[in-house]
Design a protein around this ligand. Sequence first.
Ligand code: DLL
Length: 440
Amino acid sequence: MNATKPENRIWNPACECLPREELEPLQLKRLKKVVKTAWDKVPYYRRKMEAAGVRPPDIRTLADVSRLPFTTKDDLRSCFPYRGFAVPMERIVRIHASSGTTGQATVVGYTRKDLETWAELMARLHTAAGITNSDIVQIAFGYGFFTGGIGHHYGIEKVGAAVLPVSSGKSERQIQIMKDYHSTVLICTPSYGLYLAEVADRMGARDALCLRLGLFGGEAWTEPMRQALQKGLGVFATDNYGLSEVMGPGVSCECIEQRGMHIAEDHFLPELIEPATGAPAPDPAGAGGELVLTTLTKEGIPVLRYRTRDLCTFLPGNCPCGRTGRRMSKVSARSDDMLIIRGVNVYPQQIEAALLAIEGVAPHYQIVVSRAGALDELEVLVEATEGIFFDQMWKQQEMKDKIERRLEVALGVHAKVRLVEPGSTPRSEGKAVRVLDKRV
Ligand code: DLL
């Protein structure tokens, strides 16, 4: 059963509900300052700005941000390890880094003030999701260079709830801890949350859990996945977004309305662009675009116009919760996750949404891309629920045909479906790897 919607609480109404006519001058003041700091203190930024023919005094309005050059992950990699820092090492008190699995790691340094800002943003996020000082919060994100575990940790402490700093992995032990310590909140990736629901079921522990809230982030997930998490864990599930290059979690978060993630606009200036051209997205509330972020207050590593590669839209209208921060939709995909199958663009999340809308399909799947001669082949391994897989085998062909038809309508290209045994696709303890691309 889904948990009930929590009460609407706001951690810092003075900042989170700031009227836009006050927010924008504050953003402009901070933007000018961060651009000047980047120019003065980080030779890399000065070179890029000079090449683009822009200097700090050219930033007179918020719209002038578009005159600044973009920063990409490769740019940050080129500053490895510390060349992007804008303060001397004596002022850096924490270092995080990306995992480096896809290339040179990107390194982020935080001053004491940056850590205070981060904890404040996390406290806003946790309060927005319904956490109070009575909660017992199990953090099942990895602790370490990854920003998920430690980032959430300090926000929970600031709110005054009790943290169980369990970190990720050892899934049966996670469930045992949930039972023994009466955890009321679970924080992890959505894919790990689903796996934990499955483990709880297997252990017959579901009814012994006291979870009421689930805060999920770190990877893209769909609305049907929210339903699966809410049902599987008995939680009220909210999304939260961030990236290590600009801070970690805390950039944006859903409130209890579950209708888009409020961006902490007093600390990050968001833009939406067309990924192919870099021009402003023509229809931010419709087709949307790639999110670009500029940090407005970070001291250790200021980041100008970071291309996140995350695709989303900006939601129009005000949120009933009272926060004024612009809301971004759930991230629909990463532009670099796009698969081109026989000339058609396919995103893993389109497959997820189509699959989970079909009854009898478990929320676990894997996408395999291969090449047969000159043609790309898309195969989706889909786990059927136990009832269908074991008890109603005659239904399997019917189910497979139904999924293939649904996928073809959703994707515009044929995908071969293989129904596989429950529990047989890979489970993740962190971010799920959904695509196995055998072409590369
Ligand atoms: O994943 C920070 C984080 C930790 C956010 C925990 C939320 C919770 P990175 O490892 O640098 O940082 O990965 C950042 O993950 O560009 C997105 O592609 C993806 N991502 C993060 N949160 C979400 C989300 C952390 N809620 C990259 N929805 C980002 C969709 C997300 N994608």
